[in-house]
Unconditional design. Structure first.
Length: 155
């Protein structure tokens, strides 16, 4: 239940031609407290509830628990969610032995594109594509739970 991932800004949309899958995601938060973030999400036609714990000092790892729930239940839970909704398309791009999840945001986060890569350890090596930009792992302003409170277009 430990998630280890690194996050990067994306310099260009070249990743789109390399993507093998894309999925629209809408999500909200029942709790955005860092010690126990509770996210609800519709991903494609499926619903999910996810609980995340506080991150490590580097921001690369933290506890994560996720369970699939009916999408209509997510819609109902959104009615009691904190203000702000994250709307994005997630592109999956294979590079070497890893898959990048590249999120292109819409609405108040329009213009922001970030890539995440899940790793087995914080110091694992991985291939970096040419469209990968500055690393922002651990920078809380790029957390989805913060983007709903302080959207990218208001920076």
């Amino acid at each position: 239940m430990q998630e280890i991932e690194r996050k990067f800004l994306v310099k260009s949309d070249a990743f789109k031609s390399e993507a093998f899958k894309e999925t629209r995601i809408t999500q909200g938060y029942l709790s955005s407290v860092p010690e126990r973030t509770v996210r609800i999400r519709v991903k494609g036609d499926k619903g999910f509830i996810t609980i995340k714990g506080i991150g490590s000092d580097s921001g690369a790892s933290r506890f994560e628990w996720e369970k699939e729930i009916p999408a209509n239940e997510v819609v109902d839970l959104m009615k009691i969610a904190e203000p702000g909704v994250i709307d994005k398309t997630r592109y999956q791009v294979k590079k070497g032995n890893h898959t990048y999840e590249v999120d292109e945001f819409y609405g108040e986060n329009q213009g922001l594109i970030v890539a995440e890569i899940e790793l087995q350890s914080e110091d694992e090596t991985f291939e970096k594509p040419e469209w990968l930009g500055e690393e922002v792992t651990g920078d809380v302003k790029y957390y989805n739970s913060m983007l709903m409170k302080n959207p990218y277009t208001k920076w």
